[in-house]
Design a protein. Structure first.
Length: 444
């Protein structure tokens, strides 16, 4: 097996020497570039499996040319490394499809772990790219003739041919973002920009700046004029995911923008306009949140014009075998049919993280199988810990399985909630709600 080829883009020679010496000892083939210009030259002649990219380089900010690096080395894993631990830079890097974001000083053992994980994801990405070229007509969603998703898609088709505000409801991981993109792609605005923003990842002025943009000098780090996402979405669709987590001050500003279709960049007096179609999504009960004064009721009634509720995966189990095959095909897996014991185990699980958790579990299963046919042994976090073998007994219901799975995850990860969310494929807010339910039940 060929060693993975790594490109280090870093202007500090001592750092390059340290990375090169350590990663070479681990069997990687290393090349380096000290500037963005050097990196461009290297990428025109070679293909790399991964790029370690320093943010601050002599000839520019590396974040700004991440799309160019992706275009030059389509399936390479990109790990961005910065000397400044700044949320704005991290968010922008991940938004531009960086695989990981690290801050200096970098622990070399940790770097190798991140690199290995990124390379594994990159390999799956290459398989997916090949699969798409060979099977370009593979559908993005799956549901059979008795699925509750059939009714959902009828609503989605109605939403697509109209231009009204859509509110997509559903638990984390049910595919709200996928449905929002489908509505855009099948609407009259399909040729316009599709711009998405997760409102739970940004707060306050950072969120306002992302939405509305800013003028040069509006705040300390505003070194130049910058368009906001509302402006970029002009003529297209703006998708606001997890809008229930949006700060109330920003909610008030958004309401005015929806009503008037006009806005101002931060630090600017000029009034601008944007003709965008708004799609929102949330896993919260916004009506209850508005009653509790945690979400503006006037904004709720303005965005809840055409609600579409996505069913949880546990409520559409008839679709799971088809979804499993679709995901596996997307990862380049060709050894069908899958062992029925694997299918039965996956169908029997309650999936608190929904389709996202299913996808994550299948991805881990493929990595553990090492190219062999999938078996129950490739799903250690599922079989033997969830009690699936006893599902025929009346004591086992979906709620108890979910409760037991979360409780075991808490013990396994020493109550590290961020690690638990990664493993389950759910958001931090969803985990807190489920833990609150479990706590309330234990006090009864």
């Amino acid at each position: 097996m060929k060693p993975a080829k790594i490109l280090i883009v870093e202007d500090d020679e001592a750092t390059v020497f340290g990375y090169t010496k350590y990663l070479s000892s681990k069997g990687y083939e290393i090349s380096s570039a000290h500037t963005l210009a050097d990196a461009r030259k290297v990428l025109t002649n070679q293909i790399f499996d991964a790029i370690l990219l320093d943010v601050g380089l002599p000839d520019g900010c590396a974040i700004d040319i991440l799309p160019e690096f992706h275009a030059s080395c389509e399936n390479a894993a990109i790990i961005v490394i910065s000397g400044v631990n700044e949320v704005r830079i991290a968010v922008k890097a991940i938004h531009l499809a960086a695989d990981n974001y690290l801050t200096k000083p970098v622990n070399l053992d940790d770097l190798e772990v991140y690199l290995k994980n990124s390379l594994e994801v990159g390999e799956l990405r290459r398989r997916d790219s090949l699969r798409k070229r060979l099977n370009p007509e593979t559908p993005k969603t799956y549901f059979n003739h008795i699925s509750p998703m059939r009714e959902v898609m009828k609503f989605a088709q109605t939403a697509a041919i109209n231009d009204t505000v859509v509110l997509i409801l559903g638990e984390t991981g049910t595919g709200k973002g996928v449905l929002a993109r489908w509505i855009h792609d099948h609407s009259a605005r399909a040729n316009g920009n599709y711009v998405e923003l997760n409102c739970s990842s940004l707060k306050g002025e950072i969120l306002r700046s992302e939405l509305y943009g800013h003028a040069r000098g509006a705040f300390t780090s505003a070194i130049k004029d910058r368009e906001g996402l509302i402006e970029i979405a002009d003529g297209g669709t703006l998708f606001l995911d997890e809008i229930g987590d949006m700060d109330q001050i920003v909610q008030a500003e958004l309401l005015k923008t929806i009503e008037e279709r006009s806005f101002r960049r931060i630090g600017e007096n000029k009034i601008r306009s944007s003709d965008f179609r708004l799609i929102c999504a949330t896993n919260r009960d916004l009506l209850e949140a508005s009653r509790a004064e945690k979400f503006r009721s006037d904004l709720y009634y303005r965005i809840c014009v055409f609600p579409i509720e996505l069913p949880a995966l546990r409520n559409r189990k008839c679709d799971i075998p088809g979804i499993i095959k679709q995901i596996l095909v997307g990862f380049g897996y060709t050894q069908f049919p899958v062992d029925q014991a694997v299918i039965d185990a996956l169908v029997g699980y309650s999936w608190p993280g929904n389709i996202r958790e299913l996808k994550n579990m299948l991805e881990r299963g493929l990595l553990l199988s090492r190219g062999n046919p999938l078996s129950l042994a490739d799903f250690p976090g599922l079989v033997g810990k969830t009690g699936l073998k006893n599902l025929s007994e009346p004591v086992w219901n979906l709620d108890s399985i979910e409760k037991g799975h979360i409780t075991r995850a808490m013990k396994h990860f020493n109550e590290d909630k961020h690690e638990i969310c990664k493993a389950l494929g759910i958001s931090l807010s969803s985990l807190y709600r489920k833990l609150e339910i479990i706590s309330n039940e234990s006090q009864r």
